[in-house]
Design a protein around this ligand. Structure first.
Ligand SMILES: C[S@@+](CC[C@H](N)C(=O)[O-])C[C@H]1O[C@@H](n2cnc3c(N)ncnc32)[C@H](O)[C@@H]1O
Length: 422
């Protein structure tokens, strides 16, 4: 792995944000501890963004605001075939990232000190730009996204995670409390005081230590600062995400987990649901956010205007030419066998991503279809696969194809299977 040294200084951009990350590089990662296991989110994006790419070799990724390299190191470990350039304003964060990346083998990663506002100085184009947990601390987020959007290849995409208000309400209350006490980062007693406040909160407080336990345990002081003493923090609700993307001149492609933004996920009653379904997609997403009420982040994908990945459709004429990819966000290998409502065997498969856990329960025949799809054969061959011919019972070829298609329709809608071209 090549890690190029820091080559350019931030150029006068010294403000409270820079001071925060120089003093408390984020996210914290205790030295010498194992890297946390990160789901293969790039593998999940591949069929969605580049449905004709058989692999990701040579894909160029920009990690804009890489911090201590959590996303970059996850990418380098999971996808050594991609090239990553990781930039950040904070030299100290980049030093930590360089140490962290030193253990990765085979990836091709470069680090560079550069404010995102000056990303236009990069003489390169990227297939994927990652802006993870950064936009809350920049002054002009639409402009930053516009600058980054100009660096995308024509079929490139930008994935961003922004901070959301409701899941952070407790932390936001504590931040205001610290401000009211006049305890900013410049006060030496701010961090110990923040810690004792967290330790002594009443059970009724919205900040539940247990929900942030992982961050607090792994991140040390940096996590306390990030939650209670951030220098700048702009939160975005779901509607504001759409506004942000529109202002940046990019086009909203999808939420990373679209299911979370459907009111039907939270309301089973058809009468209650009806008014929500009459809303536009942005308003539906906002309604889903309010029905959920604890989202901490919004993760979305944006593209250049007019670009729409040429994905196969399960209801298209040539669906049999497609392949069905089990989402790499689900732990298929760890599927648990359970007993269903009628005593039948079901297989439970789970995904965990950004604090959201989803479990899918499949009947044996559905699990068999996923298993055969995972061989990577096109759906025409999947439908005629000997395991399905014997496993799905006495059906004509047309009936078998319709059974497979019906299942895939649901699996795609529920986001645990994706379609790509063979
Ligand atoms: C909360 S950390 C997130 C780090 C990383 N993206 C992650 O999710 O693991 C925010 C990072 O954004 C960086 N940052 C903030 N403003 C920036 C700017 N204008 N240009 C480049 N980096 C910036 C900070 O230095 C910090 O490392």
């Amino acid at each position: 792995m090549a890690v190029t040294p820091v080559v350019s200084a931030p150029g006068g951009l010294s403000d409270a944000v820079l001071a925060q990350y120089e003093a408390y590089p984020c996210p914290g990662h205790p030295p010498g501890t194992a890297e946390p296991e990160v789901p293969d989110w790039l593998g999940y994006l591949r069929p969605l963004l580049w449905p004709r790419r058989q692999d990701l070799s040579g894909l160029k990724v920009l990690d804009a605001g890489c911090g201590t390299g959590a996303m970059t190191s996850g990418l380098a470990r999971c996808h050594p075939e991609v090239n990553v350039l990781a930039i950040d304003i904070s030299a100290r964060s980049l030093e930590v990232a360089a140490r962290r990346l030193g253990g990765c083998q085979g990836g091709n990663v470069r680090l560079r000190q550069l404010p995102i506002e000056r990303a236009n100085e990069l003489d390169e184009r990227f297939d994927l730009i990652v802006v993870w947990d950064v936009l809350h601390c920049v002054i002009d987020a639409p402009r930053v996204l516009r600058t980054l959007g100009d660096l995308l290849t024509p079929d490139g995409a930008l994935i961003a995670s922004v901070r959301a208000p409701h899941g952070r309400a407790g932390a936001v209350a504590l931040r205001s409390l610290m401000e009211a006490l006049g305890l900013g980062l410049e006060c030496p007693e701010a961090i110990p005081r923040a810690r004792s406040i967290i330790d002594n909160l009443s059970a009724t407080h919205l900040f539940q230590r247990s929900e942030w336990q992982q961050d607090l345990a792994a991140g040390g002081d940096a996590a306390v600062v990030d939650l209670l003493l951030p220098a700048r923090q702009r939160l975005y609700n779901a509607l504001e995400v759409f506004e942000l993307v529109a202002e940046s001149g990019l086009e909203f492609l999808r939420w990373f987990c679209p299911n979370m933004y459907c009111p039907r996920r939270y309301l089973a009653d058809a009468d209650l649901l009806r008014p929500f379904e009459a809303l536009g997609s942005a308003e539906q997403a906002r309604a889903a956010e309010l029905l959920h009420s604890r989202m901490r982040n919004h993760v979305f994908v944006a593209v250049r205007p007019g670009h729409m990945p040429d994905s196969p459709q399960i209801d298209g004429d040539n669906w049999l030419e497609a392949i069905a990819v089990p989402s790499p966000l689900f732990r298929w290998r760890d599927a648990r066998q359970e007993t269903g409502q009628h005593g039948e065997t079901v297989f439970a498969v789970t995904s965990e991503w950004e604090g959201t856990r989803a479990t899918v329960r499949l009947q044996s025949w559905e699990a068999l279809i996923v298993h055969v799809c995972a061989t990577g054969q096109c759906l025409r061959d999947v439908c005629e696969h000997p395991k399905l011919v014997s496993g799905l019972g006495p059906l004509s070829a047309a009936q078998r194809a319709e059974l497979v298609r019906g299942f895939l329709r649901r699996a795609i809608a529920d986001d645990y299977v994706l379609l790509a071209w063979a």
